[in-house]
Design a protein around this ligand. Structure first.
Ligand code: NDP
Length: 384
């Protein structure tokens, strides 16, 4: 009974440790994009995701080296671990929503993004449509803890990313222990690519302050449960599905195709996000040698060149390609498990693009119409 109990509470301990490290390790202090609805001031953030991540992974490595914890402990306890993370996600989601006065959602509304994006979030039920909607979407927009030292959203993403990496390493360790004589290179490639994905987020943590999650979403089940359970457990679904299987001896072109697809996607996603990030901070600044071209109504501007001239959400295409590369990398193209990951991205990003398009149409009005005419493709140029 001790084993399953320890497994159940392991994510709780990991999340508590991450919170402590986030509080005590030195952090960059940056100004974000979202305004505090009450004061009108741009929110300030403490960002130290990468150092926290490195300390936790270093701790895991040290525990494995000195024999304090088997390398594959999180694999052996993955079911109780997932149950523990799921339970904690549900409890915290309920706590964060039910302790907010109902009116908080209306008062806080969607945080006002710099530039005045204060319209209700199109595509989401307006706050106050019922308890179920409130539980799912949340009431508070940007809750902060420890006198503002911890931004709940940024902590949640950091916690999810770090536990995902621990799971990946432990699941891969299980594969190497079980198939020590002939391990699969696909497992190595998958861990390298997904680690790239996680580290990329942490390196560019600041850019995330300019994304939809920060300015348009409230903190409820979707975000809390999503970050504490779904992100660290479901995102590893490929390895979850094939870590027990032997080396598939995939043809040599398959890992090449997988890595090429992944990095093509990364260039689109990271490139688009960085171009928009720089444009929002300095609309005249060239990015990768590309001088920005924008449509303007005299007051506001919408970028229509570079990545943002290819399609209106080419970054989502990038994410879907990265997910496809990950599914291919394991070398089991006919096994369903790894494909659940790109399928999930389609289910997540297609409606999200519609929501964001409605939000932008409401915010920018005729300017957005002009952008739609100039860049008619939503995600995939010439197709969709
Ligand atoms: P975007 O980065 O596309 O942000 C959309 C917002 O950007 C709009 O609401 C608008 O906000 C602004 N915008 C849109 N088009 C333009 C334009 N042409 N010119 C200027 N501003 C524009 O979407 P997300 O925030 O959803 O995604 C951010 C990143 O995170 C993406 O790469 C996405 O794929 C990734 N992501 C990853 C997930 C994962 O699980 N791995 C999940 C979800 C997203 P404004 O009001 O500021 O103008």
């Amino acid at each position: 009974m001790i084993g399953p109990l320890a497994g159940f509470f392991a994510p709780w301990a990991v999340f508590a440790g991450i919170l402590l490290l986030h509080l005590v390790l030195p952090a960059r202090r940056v100004t974000g994009y979202v305004r505090d609805e009450r004061t009108g001031e741009l929110l300030r953030y403490r960002l130290n995701g990468l150092p926290v991540f490195l300390v936790v992974i270093g701790g895991w490595f040290a525990a494995g080296c000195c024999g304090a914890m088997p390398w594959d402990w999180l694999w052996s306890h993955r079911w109780p671990g997932a149950a523990g993370a799921l339970t904690l996600g549900l409890l915290l989601s309920a706590a964060v929503v039910l302790t907010a006065p109902k009116a908080a959602a209306d008062e806080a509304g969607a945080g006002r993004a710099a530039g005045g994006a204060s319209e209700p979030v199109a595509g989401q039920p307006p706050s106050g449509t019922g308890l179920i909607a409130d539980l799912y979407l949340g009431r508070r927009i940007n809750p902060r803890m420890f006198r503002g030292r911890v931004d709940a959203k940024m902590y949640l993403y950091l916690a999810g990313a770090t536990l995902l990496e621990l799971n990946l390493l432990s699941f891969a360790a299980h594969h190497f222990i079980t198939h020590a004589g002939d391990p699969s290179p696909g497992v190595v490639l998958y861990v390298v690519l997904l680690t790239w994905f996680v580290c990329d987020y942490l390196v560019f943590e600041r850019v995330h302050l300019y994304t939809y999650d920060l300015f348009a979403e409230r903190v409820g089940f979707k975000l809390v449960w999503g970050c504490l359970f779904w992100y660290p457990y479901f995102y590893a679904v490929g390895l979850w599905a094939v870590a027990d299987l032997p080396n598939p001896h995939a043809p040599a072109w398959l890992p090449v195709l997988a890595a090429a697809t992944f990095f093509a996607g990364w260039i689109l996603a990271r490139g688009a996000n960085m171009q928009k990030f720089h444009f929002k901070r300095d609309p005249e600044r060239a990015f990768l040698g590309m001088v920005p071209r924008a449509l303007s109504d005299g007051e506001r501007r919408v970028l229509c060149s570079g990545f943002w001239g290819v399609s209106r959400h080419v970054n989502y295409l990038g994410e879907i390609l990265m997910a496809t590369g990950l599914a291919l990398s394991l070398g089991w193209p006919l096994v369903l498990g790894p494909w659940l990951y790109p399928m999930y991205y389609l289910a997540l990003l297609l409606p999200r693009e519609r929501d964001d398009d409605r939000r932008c149409a409401a915010k920018y009005g005729p300017l957005w119409e002009r952008y739609r005419e100039k860049v008619p493709w939503r995600i995939l140029p010439r197709v969709y």
